[in-house]
Design a protein. Structure first.
Length: 223
């Protein structure tokens, strides 16, 4: 049974989500603030639903605090709809973003998609070697020479996706769908920022270019 941690200061929403997902055979943990969520994380969940707009410690701050301590997907629940909010949420370590009010069926679909993707990745034990670069898909690490890159989850996913399909051009919407979540519409800026950050981290360790911009089309991993 999958464990779902829901963090939101809206008690009515917590009650509704608990009722719905218990009917779907999830084990539910709830927290009304960041401090309570940290206590609940002593029992590792399989997925976290996290509200952004909470008092004292907002969801972005909590996500940054726990991202290195939990490997499960984190989905933001929020009333914010500005593109900058979406970019900041995903780049802080979140895996997906759904705005309130939302459809319970859509939320369930997103949760199911993320859990299935995590299961597929847990069974993936291949390596990718390219010169001084080594990607361990099972351990989810990227290494250049003796140095490991300090990557966010989204940065690693982008590298893993493109490197597993070398030479193929993917548009930003397709990359976003594979890397960041369920709904790719209108999130090309996230991919642009991720690529910029990855290139900067690569450039600190090597002069080799791994991700190529194909103008007007998207990006591809250089063979």
């Amino acid at each position: 049974m999958n464990k779902l941690l829901i963090v939101d200061d809206d008690k009515e929403l917590l009650t509704m989500l608990r009722s719905y997902f218990e009917m779907k055979h999830y084990e539910i943990m709830t927290a009304e603030n960041g401090a309570e969520a940290l206590q609940k994380l002593k029992t590792p969940p399989n997925i976290i639903l996290l509200d952004i707009n909470m008092p004292q410690m907002d969801g972005l701050e909590l996500c940054r605090l726990i991202r290195d301590k939990v490997s499960c997907p984190i989905l933001f629940l929020t009333a914010k709809v500005e593109e900058d909010d979406k970019v900041n949420g995903l780049l802080s370590g979140g895996d997906d973003y759904i705005t309130k009010p939302f459809s319970l069926k859509e939320l369930e679909a997103r949760i199911t998609a993320h859990l299935k993707r995590e299961q597929r990745r847990s069974n993936w034990s291949e390596y990718h070697f390219q010169g001084e670069l080594a990607i361990d898909y099972a351990a989810k690490t990227v290494q250049i020479g003796d140095d490991h890159l300090d990557l966010t989850k989204a940065e690693y996913r982008l590298i893993a996706f493109l490197s597993a399909n070398p030479g193929i051009v993917f548009d930003k919407e397709r990359i976003y769908e594979k890397v960041c979540g369920y709904d790719a519409e209108g999130d090309s800026r996230v991919v642009t920022e991720l690529v910029r950050r990855i290139r900067n981290k690569f450039s600190e360790l090597t002069e080799t270019e791994y991700i190529e911009t194909v103008w007007g089309m998207g990006y591809r991993w250089i063979k």
